[in-house]
Design a binder for this molecule. Structure first.
Ligand code: C2E
Ligand code: MG
Ligand code: MG
Ligand code: MG
Length: 274
């Protein structure tokens, strides 16, 4: 009955919250140690052009936990964002990314770039302009090879401030990428106000459910819009040949997804793609 399923769901959520609270205390406690012990690693997922050739990689963090194995970011990033710790992890990942870019240039592969994720919280805890410019200066990397992924969440509070920061990064030479486009509430306004070079479409529009044909129409229209604004388009979440075949005729520029490869340890990525 409705009543008993309501009761069950209360019990379920209560339990979940208790578990979440426990793991919150635990994870925050473990986090600093884990960072200093080198348990976080940058993984790289290939992003290919329409001919299937490597164009860039997205840097995605993994927690290599001694007891729990490889932990995906979904389970700890929200917590680090809530507590503000996220900037420490992000700064670590960004430096790994810039180091790789420097190494790739040294082996004549400066054609491959890297995208890094930025949390809205990072805008408040650190000076992003100072952080990114000193990184590329330290490792002598062309800022054009570092793509900064931001999401619609930067529009939730003090958007003018965030836009100023993004403008300064763009002016310096970094490329700006809008991640998960279309999943939030301010997408179109963001296109107008953020000087983005690349639009990465949210994977929801690719899903093969009963609304798949609507999803395809949205993909086509967004690509047309992005092109009119002079942006490149990445389609994220490509999982099968059918999606690939469809996307070939859309005018998208780059593809990313399990169909090509999952996020890989750096060494594996370099072995397969460089
Ligand atoms: P995102 O930036 O949108 O990254 C794409 C996510 O989609 C990744 O999940 C990737 O593994 C996954 N993915 C790629 N291809 C496919 C596919 O074909 N199908 C499906 N179902 N998924 C696919 P991941 O690595 O678990 O990361 C989740 C989210 O965590 C990221 O979403 C990003 O928002 C955040 N994140 C990851 N690494 C970092 C980081 O270093 N810093 C920050 N601030 N956030 C990060
Ligand atoms: Mg991303
Ligand atoms: Mg995304
Ligand atoms: Mg995301």
């Amino acid at each position: 009955s409705i009543k008993s399923s309501f009761k069950n769901s209360i019990a379920y959520y209560g339990d979940m919250l208790r578990r979440e609270y426990m793991s919150e205390q635990k994870i925050i406690g473990e986090f600093e140690d884990a960072l200093s012990m080198g348990q976080f690693a940058m993984f790289l997922q290939p992003v290919v052009n329409m001919d299937g050739k490597i164009a860039m990689a997205e840097a995605l963090v993994r927690w290599i936990h001694p007891d729990r194995g490889i932990i995906a970011p979904g389970s700890f990033i929200p917590l680090l964002e809530k507590t503000g710790y996220i900037y420490k992890l992000d700064m670590f990942i960004w430096e790994q990314a810039v180091k790789r870019l420097a190494y790739w240039a040294s082996i004549d592969r400066d054609d491959v770039s890297i995208s890094v994720n930025i949390s809205v919280k990072d805008f408040y805890y650190i000076d992003l302009f100072e952080t990114f410019t000193s990184l590329v200066e330290k490792y002598r990397v062309d800022p054009k090879r570092l793509k900064l992924e931001i999401t619609e969440s930067i529009f939730m509070t003090e958007k003018e401030r965030q836009i100023d920061i993004i403008n300064s990064l763009k002016e310096y030479g970094f490329l700006i990428e809008i991640d998960d486009f279309g999943s939030g509430y301010s997408s179109l306004n963001m296109l107008k106000e953020v000087p983005a070079d690349i639009l990465k479409m949210d994977m929801a529009f690719l899903s093969m459910d009963k609304n798949a044909s609507k999803g395809r129409k949205i993909i086509n229209t967004i690509i047309t819009l992005a092109k009119a604004l002079g942006m490149f388009v990445i389609i994220e979440g490509v999982e099968n040949k059918e999606q690939l075949d469809y996307l070939s005729g859309t005018g998208a520029d780059y593809l990313q997804g399990y169909y090509f490869d999952k996020p890989l340890p750096v060494k594996k990525f370099e072995e397969y793609y460089l």
